[in-house]
Design a protein around this ligand. Structure first.
Ligand SMILES: Nc1ncnc2c1ncn2[C@@H]1O[C@H](COP(=O)(O)OP(=O)(O)OP(=O)(O)O)[C@@H](O)[C@H]1O
Ligand SMILES: [Mg+2]
Length: 214
């Protein structure tokens, strides 16, 4: 499976989610590859500050030819995760075409939901050539013990992709572990933050199994 964590809007948690999902899948014994498709190179920087043995390899491929080059590399892994770049449509188009499944992180405010129009448009375009590409939204940086604003939830209804039931909460530990080149599944494996990541990983891997058996 090639899973893209993609969103044109910057700072929504693409890199944080990509790294932590990769950590969770690696811990479960999957052969995981993380592809940094962002010219900012945040995932590569993360792996360079890491002092421990790598949990999974990270390669940099911020190229508009990603969809052509990645399948040959990804075949040696169970799960390849693409950490996408913000803004650049040319890179986003290629990253989308490389994916079986796309996770679109969104912060729980109507402004953030509206800003998804750009990535949704690009994915819908790509589905004309590759109707098998699946996409879903995941809420990231939810404030603990608060409900998601009804206006934000309503705004999702205008888009053709589902909102996953699993949400990710704003957690200091997520930022702190990343600063050390680690993932939450290593620094706090029993924490609520890690459990949210396990739940998301489980949901994504079961969706893949279902689509294979369908
Ligand atoms: N669930 C979370 N809890 C706490 N902090 C978070 C969470 N998700 C993301 N962050 C923080 O938000 C900031 C932006 O996250 P991140 O870099 O992962 O976003 P991005 O979408 O990859 O950004 P860019 O578009 O620049 O690549 C970072 O400082 C990160 O530590
Ligand atoms: Mg990033």
């Amino acid at each position: 499976m090639i899973l893209g964590v993609l969103q044109q809007k910057g700072g929504v948690g693409k890199t944080t989610i990509a790294l932590n999902l990769a950590g969770s899948f690696a811990k479960d014994g999957y052969r995981v590859l993380l592809v940094d498709a962002d010219p900012q190179g945040s995932a590569l920087t993360w792996s360079s500050v890491r002092e421990r043995k790598p949990l999974f390899p990270v390669i940099g491929m911020p190229k508009p030819t990603l969809h052509k080059e990645l399948p040959a590399i990804a075949k040696d892994y169970d799960i390849t995760i693409i950490d996408g770049a913000p803004q650049v449509s040319e890179l986003a188009r290629s990253a989308i075409l490389a994916c079986d499944q796309i996770l679109i992180p969104v912060q729980p405010s109507p402004f953030d939901v509206w800003s998804c129009a750009s990535i949704v448009g690009l994915i819908t375009e790509a589905q004309q050539f590759r109707p098998d590409i699946k996409a879903a939204f995941v809420i990231n940086r939810k404030i603990a013990n608060t409900a998601i604003a009804r206006d934000a939830l309503k705004a999702f209804a205008d888009f053709p992709f589902p909102l996953l039931v699993t949400t990710l909460t704003q957690r200091v530990g997520m930022a702190e572990s990343a600063a050390q080149g680690l993932t939450i599944v290593e620094t706090a494996p029993s924490s609520p933050a890690a459990h949210e990541i396990y739940d998301l990983a489980e949901l994504l891997s079961s969706a893949t199994k279902e689509s294979r058996t369908a």
